[in-house]
Ligand binder design. Sequence first.
Ligand code: NAP
Length: 286
Amino acid sequence: MPQARLMDGTGLARRIVAEAGERAAALTERTGRVPTLATVLVGEDPASVTYVRMKQNRCREAGIGSRRVVLPATTTTGELVAALRELSRDPDVHGILLQHPVGGHIDERAAFEAIAPQKDVDGVTFASFATMSFGLPGFVSCTPGGIMRLLDAYDVDPAGRRAVVVGRSAILGKPVGMLLLGRDATVTYCHSRTRELADVVREADIVVAAVGRPRLIRGRDIKPGAVVLDAGYNAGNVGDVDFDSAVERASLITPVPGGVGPMTIATLLEQTVTAAARQLGVGEGR
Ligand code: NAP
């Protein structure tokens, strides 16, 4: 059986982080300021603590500054909003990441909207969704942005192709569909109420799995030659696509781990440097 080519997110992310590091160093040399990302964590959820630590480690490796803000689990919406507004005003902070979910008692949307759009390097505000949807300069949600970079790196032009996005969350499914639409794909969204999911997926030239259900999409659901991007990350390092059967049908496929996952932090760092350049008024020719 033919085997799909693997899309190497780890290698691509490494190159993107290295380039972000070079840009950060050049900015620091020109301005004396260090591009800085503030991470805001509410409570001590172990997975969130790990994610924030990974992001900070990656910043450090790239020479990007990071400021860690940790708030107690009892933080109110008002207190979180106040903290995010303060960071939004702080000239030494260029990007802000609110690690989410933030806990059921907090109005997450109100918190996101307290992030200044020019510092919204995680692409979570209404303003960022709007600029992304209109194809205007701004910041994209990081995992969708990373998925588009993978497509570009492997010369997959979405124009005119049928793309099926399984999942419609605000941070992943919905924005990646908008980005694909912006690149002239014909986009279909699927979700938990979709009937005959496999039949819809079978139409796709490009499949994006963004569900959080292990191996939901099977090889027999993949159109031969399709490009498969699996954003799912489930217990046991398993994606939303049944890799072993899908690899025999697809032409290109992301492994889990090492596909979409590493692209998220890479996009975050890249956007932090871009935010710093814009705020410091330094043209980079980008
Ligand atoms: P989410 O907010 O839980 O959204 C899941 C989506 O999947 C929803 O739209 C839901 O439909 C849909 N869905 C659930 N069951 C379904 C089914 N049986 N058939 C079709 N659709 C179904 O999750 P998320 O935050 O978007 O994350 C999705 C996955 O990506 C997770 O595995 C997560 O760990 C992973 N992820 C990875 C990264 C990364 O950096 N690589 C970043 C973010 C997320 P409804 O809207 O109808 O409920």
